[in-house]
Design a protein around this ligand. Structure first.
Ligand SMILES: *[C@@H]1O[C@H](CO)[C@@H](O)[C@H](O)[C@H]1NC(C)=O
Ligand SMILES: *[C@@H]1O[C@H](CO)[C@@H](O)[C@H](O)[C@H]1NC(C)=O
Ligand SMILES: *[C@@H]1O[C@H](CO)[C@@H](O)[C@H](O)[C@H]1NC(C)=O
Ligand SMILES: *[C@@H]1O[C@H](CO)[C@@H](O)[C@H](O)[C@H]1NC(C)=O
Ligand SMILES: *[C@@H]1O[C@H](CO)[C@@H](O)[C@H](O)[C@H]1NC(C)=O
Ligand SMILES: *[C@@H]1O[C@H](CO)[C@@H](O)[C@H](O)[C@H]1NC(C)=O
Length: 428
């Protein structure tokens, strides 16, 4: 049948897509077999990123498609909650960090192939900067063998002598992640339910040894957080030994463990050898001698800016030592001594620090029995101080009048500080 365009009301040029569009659609369809991307113009790249299937294997896309829409689509498809601001505003970083975390969190020793992790390394090592591991699984337990008359015979024949590791072995991974800056670890099992055993919430000696080695090999690490993992003095010392002189470590968080004075001494040594800026030892078992070791390190040209010793047992022996150390040159700005059974002598030691106004900006003494006299000493000191902009004296048995005076000074200084900042930013 003859057809004349002019007579055909359905005819429209739009129906014929551009050849270039057809080509792009074909590229999108056949991306897995023939990934053409680098040669495209930015507009064409955007077209492909918008339409490419998120199930194209990672070994094709990982090092080819840059950060942006494609990775945003991949993330939003996998996870309901996606806050890209937590990942340096990089969707690609989010995708690979969460992917890696997921693999490690589901890793079962002697069951999962280590290639499951190592296979990801070449794909993700350029994008993974932080790993936040919220669980580490133990090996599957062999069922207890029946004790029978052949028991000993069987045991001697059986080559199997326990699992080859207790949790995922970071030693195979960390030296390969060449951009890793932050590592948050907790040795625990989520939703263990009725299978609960204390062992599930413990880092073993063997874990500790391999982790320590791994940390030493990770030269880019800036922040290490290893909390709630049953670390006592021995493990703390093992870790510190491998972290001494670490080139980039700036922040260390061993909160909610079982570290005592011997571990604290090791930490003191770490402070003099590394350029640590933030130390969090909250909720451990540090007493006077341990605090003295940390104080000694503080007074020796330490670079520490923030020190958190909340919920330990420093008592006045430790509190006074910290106070004395702060009289020497140091860089500390934030100090937390909450819940440490410190009393009047510590308050007096700290008031000497406050009078001689140095760099201290915030101090938290809550939940200590400072008493009325301790409070008076602090009040007197604060009348000379112009640096403190945060001071917590709740539950310290300090007289209400002292507290309200101290708060007034703090608020004045706060508002003056804010004004100064506002002026500074205006000047810029
Ligand atoms: C201070 O630290 C240095 C290492 O940075 C060390 O050699 C020196 O002995 C320390 N001084 C004191 C008094 O501990
Ligand atoms: C701190 O460092 C300075 C110079 O770096 C040095 O002169 C001083 O002795 C050091 N102080 C201590 C207590 O090590
Ligand atoms: C502390 O530092 C100041 C200035 O940097 C210096 O004048 C003073 O001598 C130092 N004091 C001590 C005890 O090192
Ligand atoms: C405390 O700080 C103020 C303002 O920064 C300064 O004028 C004063 O000299 C300082 N006092 C001492 C003892 O360093
Ligand atoms: C802090 O407060 C005190 C008391 O109100 C005041 O004398 C002092 O000037 C304030 N500090 C600064 C930095 O202005
Ligand atoms: C002081 O420490 C307690 C306990 O950690 C905390 O609840 C409180 O907010 C802290 N105070 C300030 C001013 O940060």
């Amino acid at each position: 049948m003859r057809r004349i365009i002019a007579e055909d009301p359905d005819w429209s040029l739009v129906v014929v897509p551009c050849l270039s569009n057809l080509c792009l659609q074909s590229i999108v369809r056949n991306f897995e077999e023939k990934p053409i991307f680098r040669a495209l113009t930015p507009v064409q790249k955007a077209f492909v990123q918008e339409r490419l299937s998120t199930s194209v294997p990672l070994h094709v896309t990982a090092n080819l498609i840059g950060d942006g829409v494609y990775w945003k689509r991949c993330c939003e498809q996998r996870w309901d909650l996606c806050d890209v601001s937590l990942y340096g505003n990089s969707w690609k970083q989010m995708f690979f960090e969460r992917q890696m975390e997921h693999i490690i969190e589901l890793f079962i020793p002697d069951v999962t192939e280590s290639s499951a992790v190592l296979g990801m390394v070449p794909l993700c090592k350029n994008y993974v900067k932080r790993l936040e591991i919220s669980q580490l699984l133990p090996p599957i337990k062999e069922p207890q063998k029946e004790e029978d008359e052949y028991g000993s015979e069987l045991a001697s024949e059986n080559e199997y002598d326990g699992p080859s590791m207790d949790h995922f072995d970071f030693n195979i991974l960390l030296n390969k992640l060449t951009n890793l800056e932050e590592l948050h670890l907790v040795y625990s099992v989520k939703q263990c339910g009725m299978n609960f055993e204390w062992e599930m919430f413990e880092m073993t000696d063997r874990d500790c040894e391999s982790l320590a080695k791994a940390l030493k090999s990770c030269k880019t690490l800036k922040l290490l957080r290893l909390h709630q993992s049953h670390i006592e003095d021995k493990k703390c010392r093992m870790l510190v030994k491998c972290l001494l002189d670490h080139p980039s470590l700036r922040e260390l968080d061993f909160s909610h463990n079982l570290i005592g004075d011997k571990g604290a001494r090791a930490i003191g040594k770490l402070l003099t050898r590394n350029k640590l800026e933030t130390l969090n030892m909250c909720d451990n078992d540090i007493r006077g001698p341990g605090a003295k070791a940390i104080a000694h390190a503080l007074s020796n040209n330490s670079t520490l800016v923030s020190l958190n010793l909340r919920l330990n047992r420093l008592r006045d022996e430790g509190g006074e030592a910290i106070g004395k150390a702060l009289l020497n040159n140091n860089s500390l700005r934030h100090l937390h001594l909450g819940g440490n059974e410190v009393t009047r002598p510590t308050a007096i030691a700290l008031s000497k620090v406050l009078v001689q106004n140095n760099t201290l900006k915030s101090i938290n003494l809550s939940c200590n029995n400072l008493g009325v006299d301790g409070g008076r000493a602090l009040e007197e000191a604060m009348s000379h101080n112009t640096g403190i902009t945060e001071c917590d004296l709740r539950l310290t048995e300090v007289d209400e009048q002292s507290v309200s005076f101290i708060n007034q000074v703090v608020w004045t200084n706060q508002s003056l500080e804010q004004k100064r900042r506002a002026q500074e930013s205006k000047a810029k």
